[in-house]
Design a protein around this ligand. Structure first.
Ligand SMILES: C[S@@+](CC[C@H](N)C(=O)[O-])C[C@H]1O[C@@H](n2cnc3c(N)ncnc32)[C@H](O)[C@@H]1O
Length: 327
């Protein structure tokens, strides 16, 4: 008998106005102080997720295809090493690369459940529907939430493997990474696994090209956060008057993505009851993308209590995939 397709469930565990209250709090904190700042999770409304998807297909953006190639090579080994019956994907987005893992884990018959977790509800719902259709018999249980706040909503039964791909961990600074990894460690029971994808340090010109594509897709993606504020909080940013700036920060070994004001602006964010004077040339910090060395990210993972068991890189050494056990 062929397995039956199970409709996906998507839990929005959060209080109904969580996202809005969180956005208002972030905007008050971020635009009420200097330097000006908007946290990167607000980039990902429906349009932001679409733009990110376009970025992953740009010739300058090597990271997605490099990570996919490692997954294709190693998925069967990962399934065998972990023997996991649940995959939890944090910051899952469209879960595009995850098919490689799902195919390997379902072909051994070991996988019971897939739990995509993302802050972007529309993208999560669409991905969960596609996955439930593509993997009949697999329980697809999406969770909408913020991985800085809601990891405790993750189920901890069975043998889970948490996949955190696309170097999304690089969007967190050192303190945020430590806090995130510690909470994740506490949430997962003994015997769980962590599969972490990271982008590696490489020549600066390649990095700058990857975040400053000539088609302007990355610029549109970063500017999209101002559209989100205009729409969600009735702000009046003149979006096109902000230039996308992508620079390398050698001290922290990370790309730093900002929006630089052309001219003076007096911006009102009505629903946050905030008025912000942005001066000509002043920058709003939107996203960082840390580039790692295998030794330093392994140390960070170890510090949180995990034990790194395997590290794979693509042949040019652009990205790495680390598999760690939760003892
Ligand atoms: C860089 S994209 C990576 C997408 C996909 N994992 C990949 O490898 O291509 C980051 C994803 O994480 C999600 N995200 C960003 N910040 C988040 C947060 N604080 N909590 C939950 N999801 C978040 C975004 O909505 C987006 O889907």
């Amino acid at each position: 008998m062929s397995p039956v397709t199970t409709a996906p469930t998507v839990d929005v565990h959060l209080e109904t106005d969580w996202a809005r209250r969180s956005l208002i709090a972030d905007v008050r904190r971020g635009l009420g102080n200097r330097p000006l700042r908007i946290p990167p999770q607000w980039l990902y409304d429906e349009r932001g997720s679409e733009l990110f998807d376009l970025i992953t297909r740009l010739p300058e953006y090597y990271a997605t295809e490099a990570e996919r190639s490692i997954l294709q090579q190693q998925a069967a080994t990962i399934a065998e090493l972990t023997d996991a019956d649940t995959i939890i994907e944090l910051g899952s987005g469209t879960s595009d690369k995850t098919h490689t893992l799902l195919r390997a884990f379902t072909s051994t018959g070991q996988l019971r459940r897939f739990i995509p977790f993302d802050v972007s509800e529309a993208t999560l719902r669409e991905a969960a529907t596609t996955l439930a259709r593509d993997y009949p018999g697999l329980l697809v249980h999406g969770v909408v939430g913020d991985f800085h706040q809601h990891l405790t909503h993750l189920p901890s039964d069975g043998v889970p493997m948490v996949a955190f791909l696309g170097s999304t961990i690089g969007n967190l600074d050192h303190e945020e990474r430590q806090a995130f990894l510690s909470v994740l460690f506490d949430q997962l029971g003994s015997g769980a696994w962590l599969l972490l994808g990271v982008d590696l340090v490489k020549p600066v010109d390649r990095l700058v090209d990857a975040y400053h594509d000539p088609q302007g897709i990355t610029a549109e993606f970063i500017r999209n956060v101002l559209h989100v504020l205009n729409r969600e909080l009735h702000a009046d940013f003149d979006v096109e008057s902000f230039d996308h700036v992508a620079m390398w920060d050698p001290l922290h070994e990370r790309m730093d993505l900002r929006l630089r004001a052309n001219g003076d602006h007096l911006v009102h964010v009505r629903d946050a009851e905030l008025e912000v004077e942005v001066l000509d040339g002043e920058e709003i910090h939107v996203e960082i993308s840390t580039k790692f060395r295998i030794s330093t990210i392994s140390t960070e993972i170890d510090h949180a209590g995990f034990q790194v068991r395997q590290v794979w890189t693509d042949p040019p050494g652009d990205v790495a995939l680390l598999l760690a056990a939760r003892p």
